[in-house]
Design a protein around this ligand. Structure first.
Ligand code: COA
Length: 260
């Protein structure tokens, strides 16, 4: 499929999806959300893709938020629908994807942009990155999961301060908060994401999928994460990857995972 607002390419097991509306600082309009959903779904269903990297085009922004021009005249019903649809199509979708998704935050990650980065399985950032949830400065609140995922990642007090002040933190503070795992120079950002991806790709994709499900269970209402872990752990024993991984260890050779 051809996209207007994103670029999607894959090589060597890595799908790189780049949000490409740099004139609007890569703001997420409806079409961009739909295109991201489509590209993520395609990458997730491609057996050759082992890791997905999401980044923004240009040197200024990862994503400067949801596209304000699209919702400025919405009413209560439309506002609720906007959040629900976005969460379903993109934010929950990314978080629950079986393929690991890394956010490479290359500049502003504000509002929906930070929410997208937080939906990814983990984040790395360039030194110029700035992150925040400025929604209350617009008279609204984060609606793409930000009030839930930010406290999960940085703790309730820090999340409350970031949300209430609508302020931005820089990459080093984000690192200090545990919001991003690594900070590097902008030109080193994608190489670092690829280096981490290559470490991930050495492992069983089937086991990684089970691990994502188990970790996510910790954050789902009414779901016992320990029970999910037991179930997923047991399921691994029925996979070809498990046979290969354990055999390779015992035979003192490198595992060659079939991914099944
Ligand atoms: N939605 C729609 N358009 C956006 C946008 C958003 N979230 N963020 C930036 N843009 C657009 C601007 O309107 C501008 O478009 P124009 O050139 O047609 O006027 C263009 O992107 C460049 O942005 P600009 O504001 O001129 O850049 P800047 O360097 O002066 O400021 C920011 C950068 C990120 C501080 C500023 O763009 C900003 O505050 N954006 C909104 C952030 C926000 O509140 N996000 C949460 C939305 S819920």
């Amino acid at each position: 499929m051809n996209y207007d607002n994103i670029l999607s390419e894959s090589s060597n097991g890595i799908a790189t999806i780049t949000i490409n509306r740099s004139k609007k600082l890569n703001a997420l309009n409806k079409q961009t959300i739909e295109e991201l959903h489509d590209a993520l779904d395609a990458a997730n269903n491609d057996r050759d893709v082992k890791v997905i990297i999401i980044t923004g085009n240009g040197e200024k922004a990862f994503v400067a938020g949801a596209d304000i021009s699209e919702f400025a005249d919405f009413d209560v019903k439309e506002g609720e629908k906007l959040a629900a649809k976005g969460q379903e199509l993109l934010f929950d979708f990314v978080e629950n994807l079986g393929t690991p998704v890394i956010a490479a935050v290359n500049g502003f990650a504000l509002g929906g942009g930070l929410e997208l980065a937080m939906s990814c399985h983990f984040r790395i950032a360039s030194t110029n990155a700035k992150m925040g949830l400025p929604e209350v400065s617009l008279g609204v609140i984060p609606g793409y999961g930000g009030t839930q995922r930010l406290p999960q990642l940085v703790g309730k007090g820090r999340a409350m301060e970031m949300i209430m002040t609508a302020g931005m933190i820089d990459a080093n503070q984000a690192l200090n908060y545990g919001l991003v795992n690594h900070v590097t120079e902008l030109d080193e950002l994608l190489p670092l994401a690829e280096k981490i991806s290559s470490k991930i790709m050495r492992n069983s994709s089937v086991a990684i999928k089970a691990a994502i499900k188990s970790v996510n269970s910790n954050f789902k209402d009414g779901v016992d994460g320990y029970k999910t872990e037991i179930k997923q752990f047991g399921k691994c024993f029925g996979t070809a990857d498990f046979k290969e991984g354990t055999s390779a260890f015992l035979e003192k050779r490198k595992a060659d995972f079939p991914g099944a």
